[in-house]
Design a protein around this ligand. Sequence first.
Ligand code: KMH
Ligand code: ZN
Length: 273
Amino acid sequence: MDKLIITAAICGAEVTKEQNPNVPYTVEEIGREAEAAYKAGASIIHLHVRYDDGTPTQDKERFRLCMEEIKRRCPDVIVQPSTGGAVGMSIEERLQPVELLPEMATLDCGTCNFGGDDIFVNTENMIKAFGDKMISLGIKPEVEVFDKGMIDMAVRLQKKGYIKAPMHFNFVMGVNGGISAEPRDFTFMKDSIPHGSTFTVSGIGRNEFPMAVMSIISGGHVRVGFEDNVYLSKGVLAKSNGELVEKVVRLAKELGREIASPAETRQILSLKI
Ligand code: KMH
Ligand code: ZN
């Protein structure tokens, strides 16, 4: 089995300080949370950014500041900006951070309900445009799938040349509108991706650590962080993203899986060195 890649999704676009006061908004807070996650064992930082009042933005200059701050604190970490942004953002707005030429970025592969009246829109033509853009800039996509049909979409578009193989998937499980996070769902997703692909799992809310364990024992990788879950355990808010990463490291150790460094992650995911 490959070593375990841990991604920290440190702030997301939806979670707020009202839910957990440690959710980072400012450049300094984002840098601090990335550093805590990195020191605990994360090799990838999945990045959304906020203005100081918490408003989510895909502004290129705000991303530049946050990425510089993260790189200053953790020079070898892999920064993976979101191109999903927040519900309702335009294509142009969402794509801005790829112009900063990160090593990776997310590529969301389908439309889904996102709770209440929210719809996270990713039409086929949008996915094609995002895929084309990432290929032209040499950026490795993390293929975000919220349901099984999105894996099928990614496989179809990979065959048509919009995504390069081997693909790296993120199974986002437990969103109110996406696939649930039962062991049965995990097995279905894992067994549905093409041979040679890699995958990580983001369990939402209380699903975070059960899905992490499923992935650790199955040879997959793990994403944790405030974007997906703000609790360390039932009723106990996490003090930092670092605490969430530390818990994955403990689980991995118990289960006999070593943790990948950023250099090892670049090799496992065939990123440009
Ligand atoms: N904030 C969600 C609407 C991504 O980062 O690519 C979308 C999201 C996915 O978080
Ligand atoms: Zn995200």
